[in-house]
Write a protein that binds this ligand. Structure first.
Ligand SMILES: Cc1cc2nc3c(=O)[nH]c(=O)nc-3n(C[C@H](O)[C@H](O)[C@H](O)COP(=O)(O)OP(=O)(O)OC[C@H]3O[C@@H](n4cnc5c(N)ncnc54)[C@H](O)[C@@H]3O)c2cc1C
Length: 328
């Protein structure tokens, strides 16, 4: 690992001051579950690492009519938090499936939302891909079993954060702090699709900014379902997953929110699936029809067509869960 300076920031101001406007010159560290691995693999080589765990909030507190979640909160605490479980159960469901107990004990909310892609080309120092300032994405012509089935490049990573998907579904807002002050960015605008002009990062966070906390709006009366599909049930990233929120009018769906994960470079909302649900009673058939609609525009690569069916299953089961219908 390249030698680096270490700053143990004790306030938001101190942490922001220790960052740099230069890309990856100074990086915040939460639990280090992602950053340290990238540094050991020479994928990311900052001159300075800024510990933000004592600088940012690490608790859930009431805010307006919703909740405020500190970026330094550990994933284990988020998964077990009584109000999060009661009011935003899909967030707790996503948090509890992240990695292993040891990883959840270290990993933070800010780090989870800002972790970098797990693409094996990006993670291998030998491949200078778009994400590392190169001029190509190796996955379309290479090994792409776990890559995106939505979006048309130029990079085909899938967003690695499980938490990002329910955050988008619930309409969370992220508070960012930088040298010129703060800004509030809806989760729906935070994550960015790759373009040739901006392919190195996955979100709008500037190098000199921090994500300080997440604001969740009032929970409302919607019911939620979250479903993840993995190769194995032990620690692993999901192949595809979905968060579904349903607002019911008696037995009929009045409004729906369907967001998929691990299928695109950003959490992928499907308005087609939402439209397919509105006005319907949830049954195996209507859930399957909405799942079909969710995946209709998928464009798999050479080795990941199987993900289309996996994602359909995740969406269908998340819908059924949200409706309180037993799934496997
Ligand atoms: C075997 C295994 C299985 C896993 N499975 C899953 C899974 O299923 N789902 C999932 O979501 N993750 C999974 N992970 C990834 C793991 O959850 C993340 O690495 C972890 O959540 C990152 O959090 P951290 O606090 O350790 O981040 P760090 O490593 O400290 O930081 C990650 C990145 O975010 C930046 N950062 C940290 N804090 C902030 C902040 N406050 N503001 C702005 N930027 C910040 C850092 O600079 C860094 O670039 C898995 C990891 C392993 C090893």
């Amino acid at each position: 690992m390249k030698a680096f300076a270490y700053v143990n920031a004790t306030s938001e101001k101190e942490a922001v001051a220790a960052l740099s406007p230069e890309f990856e010159k100074a990086l915040p560290i939460g639990g280090g579950q992602d950053l340290l691995a990238r540094m050991k693999d020479y994928v990311t080589q900052p001159d300075r690492v800024v510990n933000v765990k004592a600088a940012l909030e690490s608790a859930v507190t009431p805010a307006s009519s919703g909740l405020r979640i500190g970026a330094a909160m550990k994933m284990v605490d988020l998964a077990e938090h009584a109000d999060v479980r009661r009011l935003y159960p899909a967030i707790a469901a996503a948090a509890v499936e992240v990695g292993t107990p040891q990883i959840r004990n270290q990993a933070t909310v800010g780090g989870n939302l800002n972790q970098r892609p797990r693409c094996w080309y990006y993670r291998n120092e030998e491949f200078v891909c778009f994400k590392k300032g190169g001029s190509t994405c190796f996955s379309p012509a290479g090994e792409n079993q776990f890559h995106a089935i939505f979006g048309s490049g130029p990079s085909f990573i899938v967003h690695p954060s499980s938490l990002a998907v329910p955050m988008l579904a619930y309409g969370a807002t992220f508070r960012l702090a930088g040298p010129t002050g703060e800004r509030l960015v809806p989760a729906a605008d935070y994550f960015t699709m790759p373009t040739l002009q901006n392919v190195r990062t996955e979100n709008v966070l500037k190098p000199s900014e921090l994500l300080t906390h997440v604001l969740l709006p009032a929970p409302g009366s919607q019911k939620s379902g979250h479903y993840e599909v993995r190769y194995k049930t032990s620690h692993d990233w999901p192949i595809a997953f979905a968060t579904v929120l349903l607002t019911m009018n008696g037995p009929t769906v009045q409004a729906a929110r369907v967001v998929m994960g691990a299928v695109a470079p950003v959490p992928w909302r499907s308005t087609a699936a939402e439209q397919a649900l509105i006005g319907k009673t949830v049954t195996e058939e209507t859930a399957a029809a909405a799942a079909d609609a969710a995946l209709r525009a998928a464009r798999p690569l050479s080795q990941n067509a199987y993900k289309v069916q996996v994602a359909k299953t995740a969406v269908k089961r998340a819908i059924l869960r949200a409706a309180g219908i037993q799934t496997v």
